[in-house]
Design a protein around this ligand. Structure first.
Ligand code: NAI
Ligand code: 15L
Length: 265
């Protein structure tokens, strides 16, 4: 499938900067957007600085596909999460509908299902179990994407990213790590596969993964990396936090936790 103009939100962020660099030259026009400074446009780029919580109709004009990576990426109060991730997502999908955008690849998060126990190996059909306000905002984004996919024809791939960094940093990330190369592979699947609405896990081929990612493989995803080569170095890097260690979301789960650990899904 050929795209003329692709919009990347969150272009000033950690993953946005990786994608900007690695997608350079991949499309005739890569439109970059963020509320933060992104530097000048290189050839083949357009830079549009704006807050997704404001009106974003212009941002989506003449755009064929969107890589939605912008927003709050960690836990925060509702005053922060609501505008950035919920109002921002509503604005973006609605602007995309009006601009006839064909598909949106959504940087969702493992924190949508973060309260599931590590002892459970779950797939994309598992019950949502957000571990914090941030995770709940991503669950909302996934449902919003489903509404616009099935009702308005904007295809959506929701990638529940685990931990996308240059290298894993602790024992939990031996399960959740996604290399940047694999992130690119998954984004390519999002742009090229034939689907209406799908949820996949953004994770490398880690033997300790919490997730059965058969749905991503069905769509054509083949991880080229694994956190397994870091096991010897990182397996002992655990915490003394029982809720974090019991749940897939780790420290996000234990923030403000006041429930019954034995009642976790
Ligand atoms: P980041 O925090 O480095 O980048 C997010 C970007 O969004 C920032 O540049 C920020 O300025 C921008 N942003 C925030 N609020 C905005 C608003 N109201 N309007 C416009 N732009 C806004 O996060 P990172 O690590 O690059 O993650 C990118 C996306 O991937 C995020 O949506 C995050 O939730 C998701 N994700 C990342 C994971 C990771 O391991 N890095 C794991 C799971 C999900
Ligand atoms: C996320 O959703 C965050 O954006 C990122 O900062 C990491 O904490 C990641 O999840 C994780 O769970 O490791």
């Amino acid at each position: 499938m050929a795209y003329y103009r692709v919009l990347l939100t969150g272009a000033a962020g950690n993953l946005g900067r990786v994608l900007r660099e690695r997608l350079a030259g991949r499309f005739p026009v890569l439109r970059l957007s963020d509320v933060a400074e992104m530097g000048p446009a290189d050839p083949g780029e357009e830079v549009v600085r704006c807050d997704l919580a404001d009106a974003v109709a212009e941002l989506c004009r003449n755009v064929d596909a969107i890589l939605h990576f912008g927003g709050r990426s960690t836990e925060a109060g509702w005053d922060t999460v609501l505008p950035a991730n919920i109002i921002g997502a509503i604005n973006l999908w609605e602007a995309a509908r009006k601009a006839s955008v064909r598909r949106i690849i959504f940087a969702s998060s493992n924190h949508v299902i973060g309260l599931h126990r590590r002892s459970e190996r779950i797939d994309h059909r598992a019950m949502a179990a957000p571990d914090c306000r941030y995770g709940l905002s991503k669950a909302f984004g996934e449902d919003l994407a489903a509404l616009y996919a099935y009702k308005h024809g904007i295809a959506a791939l929701c990638i529940r990213i685990g931990s996308a960094y240059a290298e894993p940093a602790d024992a939990r990330q031996l399960s959740t790590w996604m290399s940047f190369d694999d992130l690119l592979r998954m984004v390519e699947i999002g742009l090229s596969a034939d689907y209406t609405y799908e949820i996949v896990y953004g994770v490398s081929d880690n033997s300790r993964s919490f997730w059965n990612n058969a749905n991503a493989e069905r769509l054509g995803y083949r991880s080229g990396d694994s956190a397994d080569r870091f096991i010897a170095a990182l397996a002992g890097r655990t915490t003394d936090d029982p809720i974090a260690e019991r749940t897939q979301g780790g420290s996000f789960s234990s923030l403000e936790f006041s429930g019954d650990p034995d009642a976790l899904p």
